[in-house]
Design a protein around this ligand. Structure first.
Ligand code: C5P
Length: 324
């Protein structure tokens, strides 16, 4: 096979807690990252990634979205570079790779769009170069690229700790319906969101830092995880949490207003910002309710810059679409 097409789903955060690190307060870890306890959930909104063998040693990226870079600042490009350096023999045998990104997931939105593209490139090159890597080997490679990449390889529903790369799978949640709302022109830098959180709450909001491991593992016995085991969607929706709302909502009044408009609509089970934002999501029991909410939000905020998507929870990460 010389080409594969992969389906690369987005994710939402059902839970995001910034724990800090053992060295005191919310100071960064030695690697500059923050210690987190998250619950990540794959959703149906997905990009399509084509990977195609080239007869030269180059890596080429094409994308239908003008804001997505095609050089080595693109995580998908870096995923191909990583594979070339990790597997030099396969690289010299199979040569370069052309990557085509058909972008449906909003960019810089807190939905792991870049991470899921990188995860798809790892899976695609593993297939192209017949490496036979296991899922955990692919996840380990993914962790070298970004905190959310291992989850994007695995997908489904999972607890993520460490900087987000240590995964514990949870029972699958399928067919919870979701409305995603994002202002097209708004982008939030993840690095900015974490840095601002540390600056604002690092001293005044110190948590039990002697007990970091205990705090990270507390998420395993928390109310939202119990609700996921019970498949109690109402309870899951009640327990949604995201520490980054504390910095992103005040800095982006439009997002705060959107969050409030959605929270005040009838029929929603719960609402929260995903990751570092600015996407806001709502959970609903049926597709009909999600479509109804979409109409209500559109009516309340008739701004063409506001993109709305109806999707649902899914139980998988990267999937192979087709091969030639
Ligand atoms: O790992 P990823 O590249 O997705 O992270 C983007 C940025 O978000 C990092 O450069 C870092 O500034 C911040 N981050 C963090 N702690 C984490 C994850 C991300 O500070 N656990």
């Amino acid at each position: 096979m010389h080409s594969y097409t992969l389906i690369a789903p987005a994710k939402i955060n059902l839970y995001l807690e910034i724990i800090g690190d053992a060295s005191g307060g919310l100071r960064q870890r030695p690697d500059g990252y923050h210690e987190l306890a998250m619950i990540l959930q794959s959703i149906g909104l997905a990009d399509q990634i084509g990977v195609h063998s080239l007869s030269t040693d180059s890596i080429r990226v094409h994308c239908n979205h003008p804001q997505v870079p095609t050089d080595n600042t693109n995580l998908a490009y870096r995923a191909a570079e990583l594979m070339a350096t990790q597997f030099p023999e396969a690289f010299s045998k199979y040569r370069g790779v052309e990557i085509t990104i058909n972008k449906q997931i909003p960019v810089a939105a807190g939905l792991a769009g870049g991470s899921t593209n990188a995860a798809a490139v790892l899976v695609g090159i593993d297939l192209l170069w017949k490496l036979g890597l296991t899922q955990s080997e692919l996840e380990e490679l993914g962790a070298k690229l970004g905190s959310d990449v291992p989850f994007c390889v695995a997908g489904g529903t999972a607890i993520a700790t460490g900087r987000g790369e240590q995964l514990s799978p949870l029972p699958s949640l399928d067919n919870i319906y979701i409305l995603l709302a994002k202002y097209r022109s708004l982008e939030v830098s993840t690095a900015w969101a974490y840095q601002t959180y540390r600056q604002q709450f690092g001293n005044s909001d110190i948590r039990d830092t002697n007990n970091l491991a205990a705090r990270a593992s507390a998420v395993h016995s928390g109310a939202i995880v119990k609700a996921i085991f019970d498949k109690d969607v109402r309870q899951i929706a009640q327990k949604l949490h995201n520490d980054l709302e504390r910095v992103v909502l005040p800095a982006y009044p439009q997002v705060l207003q959107l969050r409030e408009v959605i929270a005040n609509q009838e029929g929603i089970l719960g609402t929260m910002m995903s990751g570092s934002g600015p996407t806001v999501f709502a959970l609903l029991e049926s597709q009909q309710q999600a479509e109804q909410l979409k109409l209500q939000v559109r009516e309340a905020i008739p701004d063409e810059d506001l993109e709305l998507f109806v999707t649902r929870t899914i139980t998988h990460g990267i999937q192979i679409g087709s091969s030639v």
